[in-house]
Ligand binder design. Sequence first.
Ligand SMILES: [Mg+2]
Length: 175
Amino acid sequence: MNEFPEPHKPGIVIFDMDYTVWPYWADCHLDPPFSSSNGVVKDSRNHQVKIYPDILKILNFCRDHDIPTAVASKSPETSMYKELMKLLDIHKYFVQFEIYCRSKDNHMRAINKGQKVEFNDMIFFDDEYGNIETTKRLGVTAIHCPHRNGVSWKLFLEALKKHSEKHKSKQRTLK
Ligand SMILES: [Mg+2]
């Protein structure tokens, strides 16, 4: 395993799904039932379902460095989203799934409770500024990802750095 690139490791990394992990509003743009054959997942209209190109690398990196990952989505289609994650073989990476239509501070509170990780030790990726603002208020390191690319490897490394620096300056104030 490569060494962790920053002095501080986050307690958890949380992902929105739509336009953060996959390039859709999955509950609007995709049509169940889904099928999977030889690793290719398709919806009922024969549209191939994909995730953004760097997501697997990021999830594997977190797993290899013992950083838990969780899902925080506002979609009301909880079971459809979980099924899609299973078919795409990414479900196994996440320790907690918060998928329901409420303000995202609720998702963060549930993960705080479930995983016993402080808000200020969470990194959260989302493509919607509103969700960034809501979760930042709790102390979460909330990172906006552009609609087009979702979470890229570059953005992920920048987030690790930003989070680590936040902890460094906090420690300095405590001294
Ligand atoms: Mg989204």
